[in-house]
Design a protein around this ligand. Structure first.
Ligand SMILES: C[S@@+](CC[C@H](N)C(=O)[O-])C[C@H]1O[C@@H](n2cnc3c(N)ncnc32)[C@H](O)[C@@H]1O
Length: 310
């Protein structure tokens, strides 16, 4: 695995988030993907907003066998730029054979598992402009809250073959809990301002799905003709064991506080000194191993029907 001290900023955050997501992902909902990948034959998968590719690592770690052409798409070139080096280290640490064919195309293989990975820099909402063949499966992991569902879901639907599947995970749903409490009123006001900043995110004229994406998706998926097969909670729960956070999760928590600082600070609804004092106390709680973070999220597995509705 790419040593975490060699990744910086947002890419290090995404790597640090992996172990948090591993624990959080709903294991029942994941079984649907497992079943799809186990069926013999080569499958074409698209991951939208795939970041640095940690979902591919997860497939190697948890699915017994698969054979996939995996398009790892992200709108940020900086994320895709580290993928080759991340996987060079990952492959050597996990005894996976890696063939680098081009700077945006490599193959990972080990007993019974093969992924031909293609990197694609692009915006999901502009995918209809590309000439593509529909995919067997699409993954969106910790992404849909950033996008307007009314624009994103029809594109995802159109990108799937009839009978194809969507695995959409870590869809935030309205609760961030930081413990131990500092001041119940201030904690609440900061939480509200944080969630409001998610709801205020705009993409041009459109509003992103925001802080209640998890529950909205249950209805929106059906509105856009997906058939929901599996759904369940995938809450993050981060805590220290005997004062130590696992893997790079202390860094993950620092990033969460940085997100608070940026988004809540920008809104200017909390008095500045009070907010800085709160951040300082929370950062102190990370250092002493006292801080607990819980966030509420949902995972979904849904199908595009094999036949169109009349
Ligand atoms: C919170 S990160 C999650 C990354 C990755 N799925 C993970 O969990 O490690 C959200 C990702 O979505 C990407 N993204 C945001 N809007 C996008 C869009 N319209 N099309 C494609 N990717 C997008 C971002 O660049 C970012 O990498």
């Amino acid at each position: 695995m790419k040593k975490q001290h060699e990744l910086f900023g947002f890419q290090r955050y995404l790597m640090a988030k992996k172990t948090v997501d591993d624990r959080a992902l709903n294991k029942d909902v994941f079984q649907y993907v497992n079943q799809q990948l186990k069926v013999s034959g080569r499958k074409r998968i698209l991951e939208v907003g795939g970041g640095i590719g940690t979902m591919i690592q997860r497939l190697f770690e948890t699915v017994p066998f698969f054979d996939v052409d995996y398009t790892l798409m992200d709108v940020e070139a900086d994320n895709l730029a580290v993928v080759l080096s991340v996987f060079s280290d990952y492959a050597s640490c996990h005894h996976i054979h890696m063939d680098i064919l081009e700077k945006d195309h490599f193959i990972l293989s080990t007993d019974g598992k093969k992924a031909r990975v293609h990197l694609l820099e692009g915006d999901l909402l502009k995918l209809p402009d590309f000439d593509f063949e529909p995919w067997d499966g699409i993954i969106t992991h910790a992404v849909l809250d950033l996008l307007p569902l009314d624009a994103a879901l029809p594109v995802l639907f159109a990108c799937l073959k009839p009978g194809g599947w969507l695995y959409s995970t870590i869809n935030f749903d309205g609760m961030t809990l930081l413990e131990p409490e500092i001041d119940p009123i201030l904690d609440y006001q900061i939480m509200r301002a944080y969630h409001n900043s998610m709801d205020a995110r705009r993409l041009g004229e459109l509003t992103s799905a925001g802080s209640l994406t998890g529950r909205k998706l249950f209805f929106a998926l059906q509105e856009y003709n997906f058939l929901i097969q599996g759904a369940g909670a995938s809450d993050w729960f981060v805590f220290a064991n005997e004062g130590l956070y696992p893997s790079d999760e202390a860094y993950f928590l620092e990033c969460i506080l940085d997100f608070f600082e940026e988004s809540v600070g920008r809104r200017g609804v909390i008095e500045s000194d009070q907010f800085q004092g709160w951040l300082e106390q929370r950062r102190g709680q990370i250092k002493s191993g006292a801080l607990i973070l819980i966030t509420h999220q949902y995972d979904y597995f849904a199908l595009r029907p094999a036949k169109n509705k009349n």
